[in-house]
Design a binder for this molecule. Structure first.
Ligand code: UD1
Length: 319
């Protein structure tokens, strides 16, 4: 049985990715320091005998070296991150350590222990404000935050190791990921986690701007499958790949779907647009489709329905 390492396993994307992997019948060692991850996200994973959780910081090279010594990893999915863009402005040193240095350290451990494949969680944020949409991997990135800069720098390091030492480094640029377990606590949390939380409590949502801004929203279940397939199937050349649907949806369109799901909630309130807000974000999914035959499968309305009505921890892991 193959064993894979997942860092950030107790996070939003991490916990869904771990479940996808366990369903394939592989063994998963999940690392998380619970800085933003939550143990309850791993309730389903813990029902599998093939899952082990390790309380450790992915950037702690000594702790991670012990895991690499104990297991012969077939691949590593490195998701552990400082995920808040605003926090990266306030804590640039922490952003450097978590989002760049930890990725470099994990990559060097892969080389040291002959673990061939490293899948890295990058972000559409690396594109910044590019002139034309949809964003393609060949576009010149223009990071607008310490977060985006660190993600891009990590991509460069990993792809440098790929060219120098033959590591298979696959950097996945996630667009706007939504789904169960995304934390709605901060005003800068993903908009769909905030909206769902407020609708559930019968509260009005606040739309920043006119609601005509668009995003390429992708379900976390599609993202988990992309992560898992790249990690387990192999055959994806080192490089950068968008993980997106290729479809733009405006907040006003989102609200129209919510109105069907929550007919009795008060109407949305419109407020001033956020400073620095991007008007439109859209990815081209063509490269990952060509290399892996990967297509996002979950239609947005279905994904939103699952988010609104889904009770978490329902699915059962079949190991
Ligand atoms: C994402 C990042 C953000 C980063 C930006 C640029 C997340 C959750 N956010 O923002 O930190 O700066 O990419 O790379 O990853 N909105 C509302 N009402 C709300 C919350 C949000 O109208 O209560 C609007 C926002 O102003 C925005 C849209 O919804 O226009 C989407 O917001 P968000 O989910 O934060 O995603 P991004 O703007 O793409």
């Amino acid at each position: 049985m193959q064993t894979f390492l997942v860092t950030g396993a107790a996070g939003f994307i991490g916990s869904h990715s771990v479940e996808w992997l366990l369903k394939q019948g592989v063994r998963v060692i999940g690392v998380d320091n619970l800085r933003t991850g939550r143990l309850e996200n791993l309730v389903v994973a813990h029902t599998s005998p093939d899952f082990e959780w390790v309380n450790a910081d992915a950037g702690d090279e000594t702790a991670m070296r012990i895991l690499f010594q104990q297991h012969r990893f077939a691949g590593v999915l490195h998701l552990a991150a400082l995920v808040s863009v605003p926090e990266s402005f306030h804590e640039p040193a922490l952003n450097y350590r978590i989002n760049l240095a930890a990725a470099d350290s994990i990559a060097r451990l892969c080389l040291e222990f002959d673990c061939k494949r490293l899948v890295f969680a990058s972000s559409a944020a690396v594109y910044g404000v590019v002139a034309s949409l949809p964003n393609r991997e060949s576009d010149l990135p223009q990071p607008q935050s310490p977060y985006a800069a660190a993600k891009l720098a990590a991509e460069v390091m990993l792809l440098g190791y790929a060219a120098s030492y033959g590591l298979e480094a696959v950097c996945l640029r996630y667009f706007n990921v939504y789904g169960l377990r995304q934390d709605p606590a901060s005003p800068y949390s993903g908009v769909l986690s905030i909206f769902t939380d407020r609708f559930r409590h019968g509260l009005p949502v606040i739309v920043h701007g006119d609601g005509e801004q668009t995003r390429d929203f992708i379900s976390v279940r599609d993202v988990a499958r992309a992560n898992g397939e790249v990690l387990t199937r192999g055959g994806v050349a080192s490089g950068r790949y968008n993980v997106c649907t290729g479809r733009a949806i405006s907040l006003n369109q989102v609200l129209a779907i919510y109105r069907e799901l929550f007919p009795n909630t008060p109407p949305a309130e419109y407020a001033a647009a956020r400073v620095g807000d991007i008007r439109h974000s859209l990815g081209d999914p063509g490269l990952l489709r060509n290399r892996l035959e990967f297509n996002a499968k979950i239609p947005f309305a279905q994904g939103l329905y699952e988010l609104a009505h889904g009770e978490d921890k329902k699915s059962v892991v079949m190991a």
